[in-house]
Design a protein around this ligand. Structure first.
Ligand SMILES: Cc1cc2nc3c(=O)[nH]c(=O)nc-3n(C[C@H](O)[C@H](O)[C@H](O)COP(=O)(O)OP(=O)(O)OC[C@H]3O[C@@H](n4cnc5c(N)ncnc54)[C@H](O)[C@@H]3O)c2cc1C
Length: 271
């Protein structure tokens, strides 16, 4: 039995597919993925990218890997970024990660834009030998009447996976803010889903106390169904904080019934 819920797995790119102008699916595979597991939904993982000149990232593998990683010399320490498992196929030892290409402004986006079969990474992901599975947050209470799912391009993989998992009869309002409507991707569900795509027309995804972001602006105009909601919100940090504030202060949604996460922060790298 593994003692830690997460483990480091070495993997390589098996294939890539451009899903939309700004979203690239990277499929990873390798024998080590036999010990990986995913809860589905918004399962988060960390990817480690090799530095220029390296064939694969140098990553400490022990239980105290994070302390050792932090202590590594800068010329050796790989970039680490957080992503979502979009699909996991244990029988094939493969996983798909859908990565937003936001230009050559960060190591994750830069790497994903250039990735080709054979490129090597390390992945911090749940270890199949540990129970329970950790690293996912979408946990609506059993008496939830309807769900509100809202996010931007970076939350699209998680929201799509959540929507696909919803049972028949479950009502869900889904709001996705994307760079342009060319970013729309198919979303299947047995549930009663009302999906709204919002285009930023190329502008950054932000909100603030003075100027509402597109998500908050649109959701503020939306009538909510009766009953107990559960809200899941992720995307640019200030836009999501702003949206949560609207739900709590202006729509009376109980804080306990809202999961929210700043998946990225305009102007700053986030590991
Ligand atoms: C739990 C979790 C799950 C996530 N899942 C996914 C996922 O499945 N797919 C995915 O693509 N991202 C996902 N993200 C977001 C991703 O980790 C960030 O976008 C991250 O900043 C990307 O790293 P980078 O190296 O490309 O850019 P960074 O080096 O972090 O940032 C460099 C610059 O780019 C800007 N930037 C970062 N992301 C974006 C963006 N999306 N659009 C515009 N500008 C940006 C920053 O503001 C900064 O100025 C997730 C984040 C979290 C916390």
């Amino acid at each position: 039995m593994s003692l830690t819920p997460y483990a480091l797995f070495r993997a390589e790119v098996v294939r890539t597919r451009q899903l939309t102008p700004h979203l690239r699916r990277i499929t990873f595979g390798g024998p080590e993925l036999a010990d990986m597991v995913s809860a589905g939904l918004d399962q988060r993982i960390k990817l480690f990218f090799p530095l220029p000149g390296q064939d694969e990232p140098v990553v400490p593998r022990g239980e105290n890997w994070y302390g050792e990683y932090r202590a590594m010399a800068e010329h050796e320490r790989p970039f680490m970024r957080t992503y979502t498992i979009r699909h996991f196929r244990p029988a094939e030892r493969e996983l798909d990660v859908d990565i937003v290409l936001h230009g050559d402004t960060g190591p994750g986006s830069t790497w994903a834009g250039r990735a080709t079969a054979g490129d090597r990474v390390a992945i911090l992901a749940p270890d199949a030998r540990h129970t329970p599975i950790v690293g996912y947050e979408c946990k609506p209470p059993a008496d939830t009447d309807w769900m509100l799912l809202a996010g931007d391009d970076t939350a699209l993989p998680a929201i799509t996976a959540i929507v696909e998992s919803l049972p028949a009869g479950r009502g869900a309002l889904v709001f996705l803010e994307v760079d342009s409507l060319a970013e729309m991707t198919p979303m299947d569900s047995a549930a009663d889903v009302r999906l709204t795509w919002l285009s930023r027309g190329g502008r950054p995804a932000v909100g603030s106390a003075d100027k509402a972001g597109l998500l908050r602006e649109t959701i503020a105009r939306t009538a909510f169904p009766d009953g107990k909601p559960y809200a899941w919100l992720a995307g640019e940090s200030s836009a999501i904080t702003d949206l949560r504030r609207h739900l709590v202060n202006e729509r009376g949604v109980d804080k306990e019934l809202i999961y929210f996460s700043g998946y990225w922060l305009l102007g700053s790298p986030i590991e």
